[in-house]
Design a protein around this ligand. Structure first.
Ligand SMILES: O=C[C@H](O)[C@H](O)[C@H](O)COP(=O)(O)O
Length: 232
């Protein structure tokens, strides 16, 4: 699986040109991309990147990829990032690694977003992967009640699970922005854009993992080779 992720990352690197301002994604697939980009930079490629997490920032710095911020550039040419699920409209579920907020800000500031993944991320309908929803700790119960109403309006339901940190000591997972994440296994989401709008309207929801209309191209690596899919 890791070899497939690297293949998708290598194919995405072919889209990078000297002088580009890049959004750098987060996760195990994006990590391959940053690694390969670092090799190119050390060989003379001139790019700057905006990392979507502190983890990616640290990796990019270690690889020698020059970094900037969205305050210092007026737009990004291209963002390359992974995903937890991708449907044929190139709508995505993201945030399995907890980086969805910065990832969405960066993708939205980009002219194009290339999604890199192994074939297992491709689904007819989004929703098998638990949807991450980033919330403000204040008023959590009220936010969850509003989320339940939003799910009902969108015709879905699922148990809400407050994400815990990986250490197994019971501590709540805290995002780079200081927020919490609620994961909700919804099953098939009939209308992802509608659910996205309903969740975005809830005051305690900072952001959610539905990326609608942001993915331009998906590069999927599987046993049969690489598929490049453009947003319809
Ligand atoms: O917050 C994490 C990101 O949205 C990742 O891009 C996503 O979870 C996919 O990660 P991976 O490439 O490790 O499957």
């Amino acid at each position: 699986m890791d070899a497939l992720k690297r293949q998708a990352a290598a194919r995405a690197l072919e889209e990078v040109r000297s002088g580009m301002k890049l959004g750098l994604g987060t996760g195990s697939t994006a990590k391959h991309f940053v690694d390969l980009l670092g090799e190119k930079v050390r060989a003379g490629l001139k790019v700057v990147g905006v990392p979507t997490s502190e983890a990616t920032r640290a990796q990019a710095e270690a690889c020698g990829v020059p970094l900037t911020t969205l305050d210092d550039v007026d737009h990004l040419d291209l963002t390359i990032d992974g995903a937890d699920e991708i449907n044929p409209a190139l709508d995505l579920i993201k945030g399995g690694g907890g980086a969805l907020l910065r990832e969405k800000i960066v993708a939205n500031a980009s002219d194009r977003m290339i999604v890199i993944a192994d074939e297992t991320k491709w689904v007819e309908r989004l929703g098998r992967f638990p949807l991450p929803v980033e919330v403000i700790p204040f008023g959590l119960a009220a936010t969850q009640r509003a989320m339940t109403e939003a799910f009902a309006k969108a015709g879905v339901s699922g148990q809400m699970v407050l994400r815990k940190a990986g250490a197994g000591d019971g501590h709540v997972f805290v995002t780079d922005g200081g927020h919490w994440i609620i994961d909700v296994r919804l099953g098939e989401i009939e209308d992802p854009p509608r659910l996205a709008g309903l969740l975005s309207a809830i005051p305690g929801v900072v952001e959610h993992g539905l990326f609608i209309g942001l993915g331009s191209t998906a590069i999927l690596a599987g046993a049969q080779g690489i598929r490049v899919i453009q947003r319809p």
